[in-house]
Write a protein that binds this ligand. Structure first.
Ligand code: SAM
Ligand code: SF4
Ligand code: SF4
Length: 423
């Protein structure tokens, strides 16, 4: 029998990947090239690269959009939420539970309760209580801008959530608001709920990134450094911003690395921002592992998609998700790594999952967005695949990461092809 592995070759190393099982090894190039067929076979067998995966895809993450109403109207909001959207049209808690049961029966499902602004629902306590009885509070993440979270509301919901993920773009640029919110972060810490901050970076918010990291450091929060995606309002940014996205990303990474190094924050929660281990995948979660439920019963295959053409089901009308959805070519071309035609020639494919399936390929600045973000993505992947050493301490990892990003002259040659090995 012959197996096909993806092979990535740099000047000094060879990486062999079984993308189905996500297992990979890195070996010295010179030594690898001297191996005969028998030794190559032994190598891949010893490291478990010949195994197959028969994992059935099933929904393991549910995004529950409790409302599209919001007390804010952010420039980048992919869902285009605002105070103008009526909250009265949202589904009631009974329907939410009924729909949830139709979507997932797995006890391990991660549940992201989001919106719009979920805390703007008057029945939020009741909804969270019912959900936590169903899935367990430790699996519930509440995404909120936090502005409505006073002591009374926190007291009502704290026993029904495991993590509060709070957006802080507005907080860091307004001293008065920051002072108010800091009291709330301290109150969340006192409840034992995990605190996580989300920070969306665009050309305006980048200058406050350091202040955002200081907050995460002070309140022992996880930190999500998100770069604005061209979806919904996010598609309204100028061509100039997309053309310079790689510079913005690099600057933000350096701000982050400098902050961690200067503050010796190597073991702090916020420092895990860049720890995303390299997880090469054949498909993203949108291909059968995620369901995003909206107030009108619409279900989409990913939390960032609201394009009607990609509708998975409407639970008002359908009682079950039709699995043949995933056989559609247009669906595969959004979520299956090897089917994304704009990425097929990329040497980093599989280690990079390809362009996010939520982004409309017909977007007018798509080419500029892709060119600049891919430049940065490839640099980050090169570091993870060929530079990073397992033997480094955490401090060495941060210092070397910084040195790598500062070195514009480093040659980064990668060639991807297929390695066929008889086993
Ligand atoms: C839609 S919001 C809903 C929850 C809540 N209102 C909030 O802002 O946290 C969920 C998350 O999506 C992020 N987000 C919204 N639009 C985005 C975009 N275009 N690109 C990247 N992240 C975005 C927000 O910053 C937030 O962390
Ligand atoms: S990102 Fe969150 S806070 Fe901002 S408008 Fe959208 S839903 Fe509201
Ligand atoms: S780096 Fe860019 S071109 Fe390469 S796979 Fe990722 S998204 Fe596609």
């Amino acid at each position: 029998m012959e197996i096909c592995l993806h092979k990535y070759t740099s000047d000094n190393s060879v990486i062999l990947l079984n993308s189905q099982t996500e297992r990979w090894i890195k070996v010295n190039r010179e030594k690898y090239e001297k191996l005969d067929e028998e030794l190559k076979k032994k190598l891949v067998e010893n490291y478990g690269l010949t195994r197959c995966s028969d994992k059935e895809k099933e929904i393991n993450s549910v995004y529950l959009f409790l409302t599209h109403h919001c007390n804010m109207a952010c420039d980048f909001c992919f869902l285009q939420c605002s105070p103008d959207i009526e909250i009265e049209k949202d589904f009631d808690s009974e329907k939410i539970m009924k729909y949830y049961d139709l979507l997932s029966s797995s006890p391990d499902t991660k549940l992201v309760v989001t919106g719009g602004e979920p805390l703007s629902r008057p029945d939020i306590k009741d909804v969270l209580k019912k959900l936590s009885e169903k899935v367990g509070k430790e699996r519930i993440i509440l995404q909120t801008n936090g502005l409505l979270l006073n002591d009374e509301k926190l007291d009502q919901i704290k026993d029904y959530i495991g993590c509060i993920e709070m957006s802080i773009e507005n907080v860091v640029r307004d001293e008065k608001l920051k002072n108010t919110m800091e009291k709330r972060y301290a109150a969340i810490n006192a409840t034992g709920c995990v605190l996580s901050f989300s920070y969306v970076i665009d050309s305006d918010s980048e200058e406050y990134l350091r202040a955002a990291l200081e907050l995460a450091d002070r309140y022992d929060a996880y930190f999500q450094m998100r770069f604005v995606e061209p979806i919904g309002n996010g598609a309204g940014y100028s061509l100039d911003m997309w053309e310079n996205q790689d510079r913005l990303m690099k600057k933000s990474y350096l701000t982050f690395l400098d902050y961690v190094i200067e503050n010796q924050g190597f073991e702090r929660r916020y420092s895990s921002v860049i720890d995303n281990a390299l997880i090469p995948r054949e498909k993203c979660g949108g291909f059968g592992e995620v369901a995003a439920l909206h107030p009108n019963g619409d279900v989409f295959p990913c939390g960032n998609i609201v394009d009607k053409k990609m509708l998975l089901a409407n639970l008002e009308e359908d009682k079950i998700i039709d699995k043949t959805y995933y056989d559609r070519d247009d669906v595969k071309s959004r979520f299956v790594t090897g089917e994304k035609k704009e990425c097929l020639n990329c040497d980093y494919l599989y280690f990079c999952n390809g362009i996010c399936g939520a982004i409309d390929r017909r977007y007018e600045h798509f080419a500029a967005y892709k060119k600049s973000t891919c430049k940065m993505k490839k640099d980050l992947l090169y570091f993870g695949m060929f530079v990073k050493k397992d033997s480094w301490s955490r401090e060495e990892y941060f210092r070397n990461y910084r040195a790598f990003l500062m070195d514009d002259d480093m040659k980064k040659t990668v060639k991807r092809d297929v390695e066929k090995i008889c086993i």
